[in-house]
Write a protein that binds this ligand. Sequence first.
Ligand code: GDP
Ligand code: MN
Length: 378
Amino acid sequence: MKLHEYQSKQIFSKYGIPIPKGRVAATASEARHIAEELGGRAVIKSQVLVGGRGKAGGIKVAKSPEEAEQLATQILSMEIKGLPVRKVLVDEAAAIEQEIYLGITNDRAAKKPVIMASAAGGVDIEEVAATTPDKIVKVHIDPLLGIRDYQARDIAASIDLPREHWKLFGEITKGLYQAYIDNDATLAEINPLVINKDNKLVALDGKMVIDENAMFRHPNLAEIRDLDEEAPSEIEARKYGITFIKLDGNIGCMVNGAGLAMATMDIIKFFGGEPANFLDIGGGAGADKVAAALRIILTDTSVKAILFNIFGGITRGDEVAKGILTAMEEVKPQVPMVIRLVGTNAEEGRKLLEKANMITAETLAEAAQKAVAAAKGA
Ligand code: GDP
Ligand code: MN
């Protein structure tokens, strides 16, 4: 789950990280009022869950409340990378001396969080990472020890930060790390962390991504989740406890079990097809869950065939079959469907499905080949 800039910065602020004064607005007149409160000069920032807002024209500095209203009107009517702007953050405008990058993420290979920092922060950080990676300093954190003072000092020295800022930079780095740990984040990032004309460090931007699997530990974060910004199919899937990830292919997959779903996708590719999604309906899925899963798969218009691969253990074959039949009445799929059903109550399930004109298969290889052929219109 991604947090908006304003939400991330509010969290950062609780961890002692200096952020600009400001508030979020949903209308241009609200934006004007906030700019008035801030003394006139303000930066108007689109709140959408994608990067590169600055380059897309979604961040503008206003010199007066009137201009703030005008720019907010303009930005609130924008779409950035396909996402409509529904809110703007109106912040005290900063006069920038230097832009620093500071971020924490998980380094899976090292099995540790890694802190990354660069003196060349700002909107071109991806370019810096691609062309001059040596300008980005990386320091791994032992999760049992946490971040040590000397590590923060090492980072500060490596990015040539003037010594007068080291103390606060250390506190910011520790605060960011603590925010990352406490919220089960997979990313906590400040880009840019600026030195302003008053020679103070301020976090101008903020970004956090929270591990979906840890959401149950953070009811406060679930509350601020912005459903407007998420794919409807993924919201629907979450509601039913279905793990669903949309992909670019044209063969919809409905599978019980994550490992089996991965194997199903592999074998589809092996026979020359492309999966349209990863979908795990989980163990013991009943008819309603199967129906929801089928609805979710069929909302994707590029789906040309569906492959059901169900290994009945806890999940019963007849329950799955009933779910498919219920869903078919509801959504009336127009695409060929191939099913491989084995295990508990598979026979009962197959009998139910005979009426539904489904293509059946005995083995996964056979099912995958039939699905690939069906998707190609064979
Ligand atoms: P992003 O493009 O989505 O990463 O949005 P940011 O919040 O990082 O803003 C992009 C860029 O806009 C920053 O790198 C700054 O150069 C600039 N910017 C953001 N806030 C201010 C501000 O208050 N004053 C000035 N002068 N520039 C700002
Ligand atoms: Mn940024």
